[in-house]
Design a protein around this ligand. Sequence first.
Ligand code: PMP
Length: 419
Amino acid sequence: TETGLQPEAIDLDPPAVAPERDLFSKFDPLIAEREALLASGVRDPFAIVMDEVRSPTEAVIKGRETILLGTYNYMGMTFDPDVIAAGKEALEKFGSGTNGSRMLNGTFRDHVDAEEALKEFYGARHAMVFSTGYQANLGIISTIAGRGEYIILDADSHASIYDGCKMGDAEVVRFRHNSVEDLDKRLGRLPKEPGKLVVLEGVYSMLGDVAPLKEMVAVAKKHGAMVLSDEAHSMGFYGPNGRGVYEDQGLEADVDFIIGTFSKSVGTVGGFCVSNHPKFEVMRLACRPYIFTASLPPSVVATAATSIRKLMHAHNKRQHLWENARKLHGGLTAMGFKLGTAEPESAIIAVILDDQTQAVAMWQALLENGVYVNMARPPATPAGMFLLRCSLCAEHTTEQLNRVLALFGEAGRATGAIG
Ligand code: PMP
C-alpha cells in the first residue's frame, strides 16, 4: 500500500490500555458522582431535550407543556416575526452557511450589517462579530493583553474570561468578587509601567448580582488600566439605551471594550466586542478565535441585526421584564426562600439551596409540574453553592408567574427548603 502498512501488521485485538495510562481515569470521580445521582431515581438535570418550542416562554418536554424559566431569552426575541423573516430571507438569498473565516470568504453582507447594527445600538465606532460570546472573550482577552502585561479579573468571572486568560501570555491577577477595595489593593501592588486590563461583568450570571462598575472603573483608571466589561446579561434592559450596566452607571466614556453575545437578549447565537479605541480594527488581523474558525451563517447574523435594531426601541418589553423580576423576587422572598440578591437586581433570580439532593429534588418537582429552571452547581457556581436559577423573560405573563410561585411553594415545602 502507499503507506507501506500491510493489513496483517495491524493488531486487531490490542491489549487494553493499562488503567494508569487510560486518559479517562481522571474522570472516574465525575462518572461515579453522576451514576450515584441517577441511581437515586432523579432525572438527569443535564440531559433535558426540548421536543417542541412554542414561544419564548413555552416548550414541550417529554410530552408535557412546560413554562421556560431557565433560558437567557430575556427580551423574548426568538419568535419575533421581523426577526424570523430576516433570517428566512438571508437563508434563501445567501444559503445555509459561509464555509469560511471572517478574514477570507466568510464575511457576507449581513455580517457587516450586524456590525453596523451594533455600532448604532452602542453608539460605538467599532464592532466585531465573533461566532460565539465565548469566542469573543477568548479572542479579545488573549489578544489585547500580551507577555509582560497584566489582566486583573473578578474571581467570579465567567469561564470564557478565565479561558481567555489561559490562552494568552499575560500575568493574571484575581480580586475578590465585586470588591472595589481588593481591586485597588491588587492593582496597587503591580509595577507601574506594563499595560493592564481590568475585566469586569455588568451582571454576574450565577447569583444575578450587579457590579459596582462606577467605583471599579474609577479605581482601574487611577492605576492606568484599560477596562473591559462583559455585558452579556444586561443587553437590552439597563441604561437609557439598553446598552448595559455600564451605561446605567454613566460609564460610556470610561469603558474601553464591551463584550456581548447574541445568545441572550438578541435571541440567536454569536458574540461581539464593541470599542471606540482608534486602533481596534487591527484585532481582525491578530485575534485567533476570530480568524481560525468559520463565520456565522448568514441567516443568524441577519436575525441578529434585525433583533438588535428592534431592541433599541423595546421600551415596553424592558419595563415588563423588570416588573416580572420584581414579582418573582418578591414572591419567593415572601415564601422564605434564600435568594442570590436581597433586591431584584437583574433578570436572574437565583434560589440558593442547602445541597445537591435538595436542589435536584426541587428541580425535578418543578419540572414534573411543568416549570423548567436551571440547576447550577459547582464549579459553575461560586462558593460551592447549589442553585436553582430562574431567568425571566419580558414575555412571561402574570398567570405564568403565579403558577411558578405556587409550584415553588409546594416544592419548597416538600423538600424542606422553606418552612
Ligand atoms: N459571558 C458571559 C458572562 C456569559 O454568561 C456567557 C454565556 N453564558 C458568555 C460570555 C458566552 O456567551 P455565548 O453563549 O455567546 O458563547
